[in-house]
Design a protein around this ligand. Structure first.
Ligand code: ADP
Length: 488
């Protein structure tokens, strides 16, 4: 099968969060199964160019319709860890992708709407007729709309579209001039059944457009699929998902074990696995050394997260003090775009600067993340909602016990050591229900208690997690089934 993924992120060259991991992980799995897979991305100025191999211009004159005019683009090709990637580079005064950031520009709507149109124009002009176009999140929600409203009529009748929702908290709600920008007719599309937003009158909702026009919509865990169809977590999309329920389902994300695997991880000083776990504790020493934490008999509780209200930042703060009060050490690697939250954690960092049991690293650091997964004992994920969550899956692979709020993909993948309706060998961490300090303490307190009082059981939990298979193997099969179904 010929599959083209259209995405605004692809690790390691352009990654902000989980979407960045999912695209190359799934692409590689699909390629291993004999499919021909390509990824199309914007050519951001701030990408990791050092991770793209053989970058060359392959298409010089791509003219993309934009409002009443055209924008001249070039297309580059390169491989990223063996994945074939095309990069679209517009040449215009807007400099859509030369902003030193992936997201957060005031004209994000125009940037990604343009990217969606450019992608289809590129496929048309270069004669690409994939069996499946797989697009992701609001940034590429216009791809199926454009395919069926414009490009079908230009001869692109073959591709079918799978659309994946990684987080419905961000739906891409904008003024309808965005439709005019890409050559679509607002009068035709701004209806409740199509792209009209459910809350803002006169706003277009790009994610809704993706759901309505795609041949199949997935989200990234079965629990989150239920939650967004039937509760406020759908942020207004419940009705649309209900109408399209026959072409909607949850497929749990996988983790790319070529990248996240302590047995072969080049970013950690001591490799280890479930049959040889001792070197994990040398990584703990290395982590302490790197972050200048004191070397004492204490568990390390870690957080690796975007610093966003979704991630339960007030609970992360509370967990820090709860951990210290209960004899643990605390490590945070956090990056955020919210200035208020960032400032708050900077203040906390200065306040705790001399504490030998805490290290707060504010920023994004992929290599350090590997060492933290390997060197910590517990990984905290206290999210308000979590579509899938990769942190807990990676943590389990590294024998780091997840302590998570029971929501979305966290609920699908972490089974409580005390309360899960499963044999002990299937239990993998600690969960809590109420999104408050008491809820958090109920889980974190039990985890810290087990570490101190029943180390043998704690180690068993670590191993249970390490033995789980959250690779792309199962999700790969699920996606192939979906692709085959919509192709026929
Ligand atoms: P989300 O997509 O909501 O950010 P996920 O749990 O799905 O959350 O994915 C988070 C991914 O980003 C994981 O691979 C995690 O290790 C990584 N990550 C998050 N914050 C940082 C950071 N500050 N530095 C390095 N990696 C990070």
């Amino acid at each position: 099968m010929y599959i083209v993924m259209v995405s605004s992120e692809c690790a390691p060259v352009a990654k902000v969060g989980g979407l960045g991991d999912v695209v190359p992980g799934l692409a590689r799995e699909l390629a291993i199964r004999g499919n021909s897979v390509e990824v199309i991305l914007p050519m951001y100025d701030c990408m990791r160019y050092d991770r793209i191999w053989g970058l060359t211009q392959v298409f010089e004159d791509l003219w993309v319709p934009h409002n009443d005019t055209w924008i001249h683009c070039s297309v580059f090709f390169g491989t990223v860890d063996d994945i074939k990637c095309y990069f679209i580079k517009p040449h215009s005064s807007e400099n859509f992708f030369d902003r030193g950031l992936f997201y957060g520009a005031p004209d994000d709507a125009a940037r990604f709407a343009f990217f969606s149109r450019a992608t289809l124009e590129f496929m048309l002009k270069s004669g690409k007729h994939p069996d499946i176009i797989h697009c992701h999140d609001w940034q590429t929600g216009l791809v199926p709309v454009l395919l069926y409203e414009i490009y079908n009529g230009l001869g692109m009748t073959h591709p079918r579209v799978c659309y994946t929702l990684h987080n419905v908290h961000h739906q891409g709600q904008f003024g309808d001039q965005i439709l005019t920008q890409v050559g679509l007719n607002p009068a035709h599309l701004m209806t409740p059944e199509r792209l009209l937003d459910h809350s803002y009158p006169d706003a277009v909702n790009l994610m809704k457009g993706g759901i309505v026009y795609a041949n199949f919509t997935t989200t990234v865990s079965p629990r989150y699929a239920d939650e967004i169809r039937s509760s406020d977590l759908g942020h207004g999309l419940q009705h649309t998902l209900g109408v399209h329920h026959e072409t909607f389902g949850g497929v749990l994300n996988g983790v790319d074990y070529n990248v996240w695997n302590p047995e072969i991880d080049p970013h950690i000083p001591h490799q280890y696995g479930p049959t040889n776990i001792e070197p994990k504790f040398d990584n703990k020493a290395a982590l302490r050394h790197r972050l200048m934490l004191q070397d004492k008999f204490k568990p390390i509780v870690a957080v690796i997260s975007r610093l966003d209200p979704q991630k339960g930042v007030h609970l992360i703060r509370h967990a820090l003090f709860h951990t210290l009060a209960n004899g643990g050490q605390f490590v945070l690697l956090g990056s955020g775009s919210d200035a208020g939250i960032n400032d708050h954690f900077w203040e906390l960092k200065h306040h705790l600067n001399d504490n030998p049991d805490v290290h707060l690293e504010i920023g994004y650091d992929d290599e350090l993340a590997h060492l933290i997964y390997a060197g910590s004992d517990m990984m905290l994920v206290p999210s308000a909602f979590e579509p899938c969550g990769l942190t807990q899956l990676i943590a389990m692979k590294y024998g780091t016990v997840p302590v998570v709020r029971e929501t979305g993909g966290l609920a699908d993948t972490v089974f409580d050591a005390n309360h899960a309706h499963k044999p002990y060998s299937e239990r993998t961490g600690y969960t809590f229900h109420h999104f408050d300090n008491a809820g958090l303490e109920s889980a974190l307190g039990r985890a810290l208690g087990l570490w101190y009082q029943y180390p043998r059981y704690f180690n068993q939990l670590r191993l249970n997690g390490m033995h789980k298979d959250y690779s792309w193997n199962h999700p790969g099969t699920n996606y192939m089934n979906i692709f085959n179904w919509i192709k026929n």
